[in-house]
Design a protein around this ligand. Structure first.
Ligand SMILES: Cc1cc2nc3c(=O)[nH]c(=O)nc-3n(C[C@H](O)[C@H](O)[C@H](O)COP(=O)(O)OP(=O)(O)OC[C@H]3O[C@@H](n4cnc5c(N)ncnc54)[C@H](O)[C@@H]3O)c2cc1C
Length: 175
């Protein structure tokens, strides 16, 4: 597994899904270390001085594909103090720092998998689902619920993959 590295990024795009849920696309200033689907990063809004301490941050699953190490994406919903700050401050062109990769919550594609996600929890599975090929040998079942249909994040990708990956079944729910 890669050693975590700290990298400055520029916010390239912020997508508002409604109900205070956002996707943030980041452009890292250099290639990010190799990571596995399901791993997460720390994001800080504050300037980081490499000779000093890492500032206050929060962790987010990496929603982008590990295949493209020149881009990062995360999805967050506003819950408390820090994510409210993110909602107020994250805009196109802003500089942020991330450190990654972390975590051992990775899906082992060498065996059958049942994936259960609610809301932004889908981000932990997104890169795995995106990376499935039509020849994938083992069963993948996804159960994914969100408050309303518009908050089923990445729905087109999930449904597209379920159409072409014979072993994948996706069950999507909303209230
Ligand atoms: C491995 C991992 C991956 C994660 N991935 C994601 C992700 O992809 N997307 C995502 O949105 N989040 C993710 N999270 C959660 C994220 O890291 C933050 O913890 C979360 O967004 C809340 O941060 P916050 O600063 O807004 O809330 P905080 O201010 O830190 O508060 C945390 C929670 O406590 C509640 N709270 C705060 N103060 C009080 C109080 N006085 N009384 C009662 N309740 C209170 C808040 O409402 C909030 O729900 C992940 C967490 C982990 C551990």
């Amino acid at each position: 597994m890669s050693t975590p590295r700290k990298i400055r990024c520029i916010v390239e795009q912020v997508t508002n899904h409604g109900d205070r849920v956002y996707t943030v696309a980041l452009k890292p200033e250099r290639a990010v270390p190799a990571f596995l689907p399901g791993q997460f990063l720390h994001l800080t809004l504050d300037e980081y001085d490499p000779s000093g301490f890492w500032p206050e941050s929060r962790v987010f699953s990496i929603a982008s594909s590990p295949v493209d190490r020149s881009a990062l994406a995360l999805i967050y919903s506003v819950k408390g103090k820090y994510t409210a700050r993110m909602e107020a401050e994250l805009c196109v062109g802003k500089s942020v720092w991330v450190k990654l990769p972390y975590g051992e919550f990775v899906v082992d594609g060498r065996m059958d998998a049942i994936l259960i996600a609610g809301g932004t929890g889908i981000t932990a599975f997104q890169a795995f689902i995106e990376g499935l090929t039509p020849q994938h040998p083992n069963k993948v079942v996804l159960l994914y619920g969100a408050r309303r249909p518009g908050l089923l994040l990445g729905r087109e990708i999930i449904e597209g993959q379920a159409r072409i990956v014979e072993v994948m079944k996706a069950f999507l729910f909303s209230e």
